[in-house]
Design a protein around this ligand. Sequence first.
Ligand code: FE2
Length: 196
Amino acid sequence: MSNRSDFVKVVKNLGPELYCHSLFVEECMGVLYDYFELNNTLGDNKISKNNWLIAGFIHDVDNFGEYKSTHPLKTKEVLSKYGLKINKQINDIILAHGPEITHVFPESLVQWSLLCADNLVGLITALVSNNYNGIIDLKTDVILADIFRKPENPNSTRRKKILMCSKIDGLNIPLNKFIDICFIAMKKCVKIHCLQ
Ligand SMILES: [Fe+2]
């Protein structure tokens, strides 16, 4: 399987917004993994932390142009154009964050993590309108207010998916705790990578 530095070249090529989004989701996956490990709730997870991170980093690699309408079905195809490969484990994680298209529904901890974190990162980024520095001062209650604001665009499933973080047979993390965990990850990311 290819390594992170190979994936970085491809994702960077997709533009700064998608690159930053990918870094945010990757960082969230790492912080979530650490959270479950610390709380002894990784359960039957057999996926390495490295694979959680890679899935987070490349989950949107086919989310552009001609591939957008089938995202995330064509991840392997896009990567293969760059001579890169992922294993089935990682592909299965990525497929489950687009169940409407792939008909692969999240079941495992890592699949739920990607689905929920991706949508929360999207919402937080929209709130700061790509001014990533704004994330440093954003507060949990502002996100909560936005999630529960009515009405939502009927075509958007983002809020519904974020709320799934508290599903008992999914992540089983209360919403405000889930937001705090992803905030820690995103703030770390802003300081380390995103503004360079
Ligand atoms: Fe995404």
